[in-house]
Design a protein around this ligand. Structure first.
Ligand SMILES: C[S@@+](CC[C@H](N)C(=O)[O-])C[C@H]1O[C@@H](n2cnc3c(N)ncnc32)[C@H](O)[C@@H]1O
Length: 358
C-alpha cells in the first residue's frame, strides 16, 4: 500500500468519526430526550434506555459506525495494521539501537502476561498491543486519532493531567508511570519535573521499545522504560513520591484493580501521591448507556465493571487520604457534565498516603 492511499483513507475514516461525534451522537441524544419526554417516567437505567432507543435505526447506525470505523482504522484495506505490516523491516530497523541501551530500556522476556490481557484484542487492535513486534508503532499511530475532536491538541490532555499534579505544589523526585504504553503519558511528567527520576512500566515490549526509542537522548532526566506487571512490581516499599497511570485502570478486571491500588499504596512513600487518569464520571443514565455500548463495541471488557466501582471506598480501604474524584476537562471548553459531543468520561482519581507518624 502506498503512503498516499494510506494517509487519505485514514483521514477519511477520521472525518467520518468526527461526523459521528459531532452530528450523529447529538442527534441520537436529542432523539432519546424527545422520546423520554413523552413518557410518564423518565428512563433512568441503561436497560430502560435500551428498550426505548436500542432498536431504532438511528441507534443501530450510531453503534454500527462506532464498531466498524474502528475496525476499518485498524484492519481494513488501508488499516494501520496492514500498513505497518508491509513496512515491518523498516520500522523494526529503526529501533535496533535502543534495544542495546540498558539504561533506557529493560525488557523481560520471561514475564508472564495475565489472561485478561492476552485474551482480548483490546480496542480492536489485532493481536492486542503486545503480541506482534510492530504493535508499538501501530498503537502510536492509532492513538493520534483516538479522541477525534482533539486533533493536534491531543497531547494537551496528558500535559493537563501533569499540570494538575504540579498545581498541588509538589515536586516529586521519584515518579512511576504505570501502563505507560509507548510513553505518551510519561513525557509530560519527565518534561515538567526535570530533576525527577522517572520509571515507566508496561507489559508490552513493543510499546516500551517505541517509547524508549522516541525519547532517545532528549530527556534530561534519568528515565527508564521497564517491562513489568503493575500489579506486582519489583520496587521496594515507599520507593516513589508520585505513582500515576493514564488509561490503565479501565483495562483491568475488578480483582486486579484492587491489587493495583494495593500495590500502588505499598510503593508510595508516606506523604506521596497516587493519581490515575481514567474514564469514570458518568453524570446520568444516558451517559452510562453510551459508555457501556462503547465498551462492548470497542473490545473493552472491563470498562463497565470499573465504572461500577466506588474509587473513594477503594482508596479509603487502602488507607489513602485527601481523596478526590475530579471530572477532568481534557480540553478547553469541554463540559464533563453535559458535553454536546461524544467524549470519553475522563476522571482523575486522586489520593495521598498519610505522612509517617513522628
Ligand atoms: C490504553 S493504554 C495507555 C497507555 C498510556 N498510559 C497512554 O496514556 O498513552 C493502557 C496500557 O496499559 C498496559 N497494561 C495493561 N495491563 C497492565 C499491567 N498489569 N501492568 C502494566 N501495564 C499494563 C497496556 O499494555 C497498555 O500499554
Amino acid at each position: 500500500m502506498d503512503d498516499r492511499s494510506f494517509v487519505t483513507a485514514q483521514d477519511f475514516i477520521l472525518d467520518v468519526k468526527r461526523f459521528w461525534t459531532t452530528e450523529i451522537y447529538p442527534t441520537l441524544k436529542a432523539d432519546f430526550e424527545n422520546r423520554a419526554a413523552s413518557l410518564e417516567n423518565t428512563p433512568n437505567t441503561t436497560e430502560e434506555i435500551e428498550l426505548l432507543i436500542g432498536g431504532t435505526t438511528l441507534h443501530r447506525f450510531y453503534a454500527w459506525l462506532e464498531r466498524h470505523l474502528q475496525r476499518l482504522k485498524y484492519s481494513g484495506r488501508y488499516g494501520l495494521y496492514p500498513y505497518h505490516d508491509g513496512r515491518r523491516g523498516e520500522f523494526m530497523t529503526s529501533v535496533d539501537g535502543i534495544k542495546n541501551n540498558a539504561d533506557r530500556l529493560a525488557l523481560d522476556p520471561n514475564l508472564t502476561l495475565p489472561d485478561y490481557y492476552r485474551k482480548v484484542d483490546i480496542h480492536q487492535h489485532p493481536g492486542g498491543v503486545w503480541s506482534d513486534e510492530i504493535a508499538g508503532f501501530v498503537y502510536e499511530r492509532g492513538a493520534r486519532s483516538t479522541t477525534p475532536l482533539m486533533g493536534k491538541a491531543h497531547k494537551d490532555l496528558h500535559q493537563r493531567f501533569t499540570d494538575f499534579i504540579a498545581s498541588k505544589g509538589t515536586t516529586p523526585s521519584h515518579i512511576l508511570d504505570m501502563g505507560c504504553g509507548f510513553g505518551k503519558s510519561t513525557r509530560p511528567f519527565f518534561e515538567t519535573f526535570k530533576d525527577a527520576h522517572v520509571e515507566a512500566i508496561d507489559l508490552s515490549a513493543p510499546c516500551l521499545t517505541v517509547g524508549a526509542h522516541e525519547v532517545g537522548s532528549r530527556a534530561e532526566n534519568s528515565l527508564r522504560y521497564r517491562q513489568m506487571d503493575a500489579l506486582k512490581t519489583d520496587y521496594g516499599d515507599s520507593t516513589f513520591d508520585l505513582v500515576t497511570s493514564t488509561m490503565l485502570v479501565h483495562e483491568l478486571p475488578p480483582a486486579e484493580i484492587d491489587q493495583l491500588f494495593g500495590e500502588t499504596v505499598r510503593i508510595i512513600a508516606p506523604g506521596g501521591i497516587m493519581a490515575h487518569l481514567d474514564f469514570h464520571h458518568l453524570p446520568n443514565a444516558f451517559a452510562r448507556f453510551i459508555h457501556d455500548g462503547h465498551a462492548r463495541r470497542n473490545n473493552e471488557p472491563f470498562m463497565s465493571s470499573w465504572a461500577d466501582i466506588d474509587p473513594i471506598a477503594l482508596m479509603t480501604e487502602k488507607g489513602l487520604i485527601n481523596l478526590q474524584i475530579i471530572p477532568f476537562q481534557e480540553a478547553e471548553g469541554v463540559d464533563p457534565e453535559n458535553n454536546p459531543y461524544w467524549r470519553f468520561p475522563w476522571t482523575i482519581v486522586y489520593g495521598e498516603k498519610p505522612s509517617a507518624q513522628p
